[in-house]
Design a protein around this ligand. Sequence first.
Ligand SMILES: N[C@@H](CCC(=O)N[C@@H](CS)C(=O)NCC(=O)O)C(=O)O
Length: 258
Amino acid sequence: MVEGVGLKADPQDVARGRGSGFSPTIGRHAYNRACRRSVGAISGVMKLYDYFRSSAAYRVRIALNLKGLSPQREFVHLRNGAQRSDDYRRLNPQGLVPALVLEGGQVLTQSLAILEYLEETHPSPPLLPKDASARARVRAIAMSIACDIHPLDNLRVLDYLTGTLGVSREAKDGWYRYWIDVGFEALERQLAQDPATGRCCHGDAPTLADVCLVPQMANARRFDIDLSPYPTLVRIDAACNALRPFADAAPAKQPDAE
Ligand SMILES: N[C@@H](CCC(=O)N[C@@H](CS)C(=O)NCC(=O)O)C(=O)O
């Protein structure tokens, strides 16, 4: 059951593999039947399994916008546990968003792998520099966020802290802020001291580093983290958010935003 996944989607459209056609009135069971037929099927259209507040999905939304791609969207309600449903786990056994289903039905998971796929298949505009060492720099910045900060603050980790380990909400929020601060302190130093940093993390055009930074900054703001120690990150985030592909990918602008 893809409970909560795209509860606003029109099941007939989902079954036909067409645009979401949001309809707030459909019943959950009709919707789930439609999803069972559509998950992972060869639909001829690209589909992004998304959740407005997922920063990993937010990265992919930004990259898709930058590349001028607009796949069909399906929404996986993480707070309702839709990512753990059998249907969604058939699509992505990890039970995490995002997942990108290609036109031929192949399922891509892991946001960094999806970003690289988009870069390889739609090279313009480039989100990686030409020079090999510059590419390594961009990937290192992206990974310092996606591999070293984000996983520690993921929903299932936070749920384990408050559920299994019984830590207080206050302590859980402290954990969340702590790991962002640890990561941001290093990233601020790295970016501020490197002449390769420009208006964006690498030069003046967005790269995969910015695609990862902007969603992590949004998470930090959601948890009221003091960003004043990170002026370079704040400056780059503002420059990117002034660009339409970034602004349009923001959580508040998504159809499933609550
Ligand atoms: N490394 C994965 C992380 C994906 C991930 O952690 N997604 C989160 C949302 S940002 C999720 O689905 N969490 C569900 C959960 O924790 O139960 C990626 O980059 O795609």
